[in-house]
Design a protein around this ligand. Structure first.
Ligand code: SAM
Length: 196
């Protein structure tokens, strides 16, 4: 089953406006890992569940080509409105059925998205499309956030924790997978040299 909770135009426009860009430190860890495991050149990166493209844009400058894939047309429409990234294309599709030949992808990323995928089908497909020594990087926002804004960081963090506690009983079980830092998915990754 594909989860379709990110479909509406309004939802997508809020994503575009407020969604966190993953930190540069995380990007650097991933690129260094790729350099170490596969070496350059880095031709093709694919960002799965790309949403409005924050993570796709973060990695695009380091690859000849970046393809963002998402099941939601509205998310992709928002992603396409951001100018200045000529090597990115956005395509509608699913992480479980990728439109790439065997052994063709240098880096597969999924930022706060892999918890929505069908684990087994996604891992089989990732294994098929990655180049030898190509890499997969799955990141997510954990439950324990601390927020920073001027001098009100602590207060914001308290408000976040309070709201989160109220909403937690109503969240989807898939969100629990993200909050567990993708524990089950990590365990299922079949690559012997995987790293947390
Ligand atoms: C929480 S959002 C994350 C978006 C973006 N990566 C970010 O960090 O802002 C999850 C995205 O995954 C997409 N998605 C969910 N299941 C999918 C699947 N099976 N294949 C492709 N995209 C999927 C949703 O449409 C949504 O845009």
């Amino acid at each position: 089953m594909t989860h379709r909770l990110f479909e509406e135009k309004h939802h997508a426009s809020i994503y575009q406006k407020y969604r966190f860009v993953p930190p540069d430190e995380v990007r650097d860890i991933i690129l260094q890992y790729l350099d170490r495991k596969k070496g350059r050149p880095h031709a093709l990166a694919v960002d799965l569940g790309c949403g409005t493209g924050q993570n796709s844009r973060l990695f695009a400058p380091y690859f000849k080509e970046m393809v963002g894939i998402d099941i939601s047309e509205c998310q992709l429409e928002e992603a396409k409105t951001v100018p200045g990234f000529n090597n990115i294309t956005y395509r509608k599709g699913t992480a479980e059925e990728l439109p790439f030949p065997d052994g063709s992808v240098d880096l597969l990323t999924a930022a706060s998205a892999a918890h929505w995928f069908d684990q087994q089908r996604f891992l089989m497909e990732a294994t098929r499309v990655l180049k030898p020594h190509g890499c997969m990087a799955l990141t997510c926002i954990a439950n324990s956030l601390s927020l920073h804004y001027g001098s009100c960081g602590d207060r914001l963090t308290d408000i976040y924790n309070e709201v989160n506690k109220v909403l937690l009983p109503y969240t989807s079980t898939q969100v629990d997978v993200a909050y567990s830092k993708l524990e089950g998915l990590y365990a299922a990754i079949p690559f012997p040299d995987k790293e947390r």
